[in-house]
Write a protein that binds this ligand. Sequence first.
Ligand code: SF4
Length: 359
Amino acid sequence: MPHVLDSSLAELEAQLVAWGEPRFRAKQIARWTLRHGARSFDEMTDLPAALRVRLADTFTIGALPELAARQADDGATTKVLLDLGAGAAVEAVRMDYDPDNDGAPDRTTVCVSTQVGCAMGCTFCATGQQGFTRNLTPGEIVEQVLAFSRERRVTNVVFMGMGEPLANYGPTLRAIRWLVDADGLDMRQRGITVSTVGLLHGIRRLADEGLQIGLTISLHAPDDELRRRLIPTSVGTTIDQLVAGAREYIAKQGRRVTFAYALLEGVNDEPAQARALARRIRGIQAHVNLIPYNPTAGAGLRRPSLGRVRAFQRELQFAGVNATVRIERGVEIAAACGQLRTDVQRLGADVIPLERVER
Ligand code: SF4
């Protein structure tokens, strides 16, 4: 049975009209599901009882069962492992930012997954080493946000968890529309960021969606040859094409684009590589987010020292490129970028508690 949020609002309206119900019922259902975090149609007390039964016979609704949860950073980072059934699970992470330390976070960001596993095969990424299992549905993506928004207001959602969002384009966009729709979660569009490893076709499609959402494109290398070694599936797309895609996005959406660059010691963190990177991207309204590599089991790669990270950043800044170093969150619970990995084995196998698999 599909989740009620697998439908768009227009499809839900059409379904209700086909059942002889007024169109506005769809908005009532959306508000109950997203704003009030309803876990069953029975909670929707302003709907007729017969309609609630019919909805329950047609759609699923409700929280994805939580298999495990862990906290880090004094409780400011929480990772949950959510059960998708049939042996599949995904992780979602909540990060609170409370700069004035008053206990009321100024910003709460949720990082969501869009696929079980990932087919892009980035050599430095735990998810990439796991391989691809399946795409998530819109309902499964939105439920990751609801897992946290039922407790507190979520201000930002980043599509940076497991999977490549633009390789699951339709469901990802449908989920985004539920997040920003006035009758959905009603989030600011600028609070949403999609992060891609560089699917050019998807970047161009996204530029035409008329959404004011942020875009992050992972470069990770200043030249195409090294980039292909780090991201084997990037064969066929050059850095110049991605920079052109970013320009197009900026021109159409009026939003700055971020280039993500995971720093790997001795691989892509030399000052000369920073200068080469700056030459490729200078002059466009973009900034570089440097991500000191988070070691993942078995990858055989190392994180550069803070000195090397700062030297790389200085080279970029000296060349006129705006560059920041990503604040690290949740490293000790393997919740940081590139570390999300589902350790639930496929079909019928036992769930491995997170404690046993995080190093
Ligand atoms: S870094 Fe992103 S795109 Fe690359 S394998 Fe990992 S999840 Fe997939």
